[in-house]
Design a protein. Structure first.
Length: 138
């Protein structure tokens, strides 16, 4: 990921791997990302990599409560990934939640901005948009 961000910042496009969630494996295809003035990197573990954090001008952690995260995952995995409800629940309890608590939640301390209530915090989102617009208009 760090290499990709370096390439994008240098004005070069990158090939991003794609993932097949039904097979739990990378696909042989990639998606091309073009360099832009503003690069948004998203992912649940992006703050875990110190080299990647150093490349970020603004680090935003979107915090969502456990119930909302679980319900979103359950709906998505059943509807889009062909999973059973029982398999999603088992994976969440045995892997997803413990890994979130051990690896994702602690990275919140690296964020410059923490947006509570996920996408339902209009004030925080408006403040973030104002900041991004001011930085990109320079």
């Amino acid at each position: 990921m760090v290499r990709h961000v370096h390439e994008l910042r240098a004005g070069r496009p990158v090939e991003l791997p794609t993932y097949d969630f039904a097979r739990h494996a990378r696909r042989h295809t990639t998606d091309t990302a073009q360099s832009r003035q503003t690069i948004i990197v998203e992912g649940i573990l992006i703050f875990a990599d110190a080299g990647l954090r150093e490349l970020m001008d603004i680090k935003v952690f979107v915090d969502t409560d456990d119930d909302t995260r679980f319900i979103r995952r359950l709906k998505r995995d059943v509807a889009e990934r062909g999973r059973t409800m029982d398999s999603v629940i088992e994976q969440y309890l045995n892997t997803v939640k413990p890994m979130h608590l051990e690896f994702v939640e602690p990275t919140k301390r690296y964020a410059d901005i923490i947006i509570p209530r996920g996408g339902h915090n209009a004030v925080a989102i408006d403040m973030l948009l104002t900041l991004v617009r001011s930085l990109t208009s320079r």
